[in-house]
Design a protein around this ligand. Sequence first.
Ligand code: FRU
Length: 514
Amino acid sequence: MASRRDFLTLSAATVLGELIALPGGTGRCAEPVENEPLQKRLVADPHRPRCHLMPPANWMNDPNGPVFWNGQYHMFYQYNPNGAFPESMHWGHAVSPDMVHWKHLPTALAPTPGGPDKDGCWSGCAVVAGRVPTIVYTGVFPQVQCLARSDDGMMSWRKFVGNPVIAVPPQGMETMGFRDPCVWHEADEWFLGLGSGIKGQGGMVLLYRSTDLIHWDYLHLLCRGRKEELLPGKDPVSTGEMWECPDFFPLAGKHTLLVSTQGAVIYSVGSYVNHYFRPEVQGKADLGGCYYAARSMVDEKRRRILWGWIKEGRSDAAQRAAGWAGVMSLPRVLTLGPDGTLGMAPAPEIEALRGKHLRFENLPIAPGSSPLLKGVRGDSLEIHAEIEPGASETVGLKVRTAPGGEEETLVTYSRISGRLLVERERSSLSRDVDRGSQGGPFALAPGETLKLHIFLDASVIEIFANDRACLTSRIYPSRPDSLGLGAFARGGKARLKALDVWEMRPISPDRLTT
Ligand code: FRU
């Protein structure tokens, strides 16, 4: 076993020193943004979410090591303190009593000059070994696996002096990547799944075993992709030759593997026997193109909760200019559907943000005319609608609609094509933002109503359909009056059985400090 002396302390002084030297002087995560022009811009930015976890400024991507420990939720995430672009990855850190309201803590991990993570502390996980919180993450370059521990309740982290704990891929294996450890405890041993893949073959998860989290033996492939599933693409992740961010866990008597590849989070539900995972049912955890690198945790009530990185839908230059990029998704409760697919619903804890409420009942939806619902305006709304599709071919809601319809975003279910879509063509008058439709297969059973649970938060839209499909997207309306909400139908009449809408309260008064 390693002793305390084997771990280097990432002291507050180091963190502060590194951050003070940064251009922009944004200060530590735990403190307000100190650069006044940037702070003003962030507060005034109509596209910056107010109800989602994100760093006070700068870039974030993957959720890392979400964990419930000592009565609190800890969330780490890939973070660049130098600006709104993906470089020099640190681990940002926030803590919450309820998965909804967050307080920023000092950066947990920063690259150590000359160390195995000198070029970045990439994604990984957090586990509590005995009583010791431990982070297992990827150091770059080359990609190696490293360890850090905390003795003070996760306030600071000491890197293991013997890092890396896994230095090279298994002998004879020419991998296209070797990263993003996911660790779990099973029958008194630790297991680690690592994202990897082989050129021309497909993505895979390498399986390791350890008794102390330090010495790891390679066992075999936990699971591998199939050649036939590869897509044309410019890099191994877009083709599917490389799987990023594996997450592996038991769920309702089966096992679930998540991997991020080909621009999406792919889930497989299957059986786990003799340390081999055999997928039986597969799908996408999200039908939009903006949700990635998802990681799960077990919450206080023993539910399996999923978090994901919500990517931006605008140019790198626009992200840098805004001074922030990337948002953490709202927490999703995972369940197993009767057909073996993954069920997903927003965690009820989010209801804590509900403010003013309006309810509409039993409204006809005629094709061709779709008046806006009276009295509803907002860019921070929770919407719960139940719609009878009736004779319509396509039915849905329109959100962020300008009074004259100059801008609007449609959330649609098409009975004809069996798809759930977010139609963004007219979501913004700006030419600089993504406006393509996003979505995927979704079908209602005969007689089933369409239940849309939508969270609008500035440029983020998260859609849950009938608690079994999710679609996360980004919209950047340019008009300040693009705030209306309505229902619409095409090809036949439908009915809005009921619609509840709540204003959502911001998770912090100024969104910058807590
Ligand atoms: C996924 C990913 C991971 C990597 C991290 C780097 O988005 O590419 O594979 O560890 O981001 O920030």
